[in-house]
Write a protein of this length. Structure first.
Length: 53
C-alpha cells in the first residue's frame, strides 16, 4: 500500500486527531488505518473517521 492521504472527518474527543487535518497512512491492519496522531504516536483508527483524498 502506498502512502494514502486521509482527512479526519469526525469529532471524537477520545482520538488525538484534529478535525479536517490530512494524515498519511501507509499500512492497514484489522480493517483499520495506522495513523501517526497529533501526539506523534502511531495508533489504529477506524476507516469511517476518514475520507480518502
Amino acid at each position: 500500500m502506498n502512502k494514502r492521504k486521509l482527512r479526519y472527518i469526525r469529532h471524537n474527543p477520545l482520538f488525538p486527531l484534529t478535525f479536517g487535518k490530512v494524515y498519511e497512512c501507509d499500512w492497514m491492519e484489522y480493517g483499520m488505518y495506522w495513523i501517526r496522531d497529533d501526539k506523534d504516536e502511531e495508533y489504529l483508527y477506524p476507516l469511517y473517521v476518514f475520507e480518502i483524498l
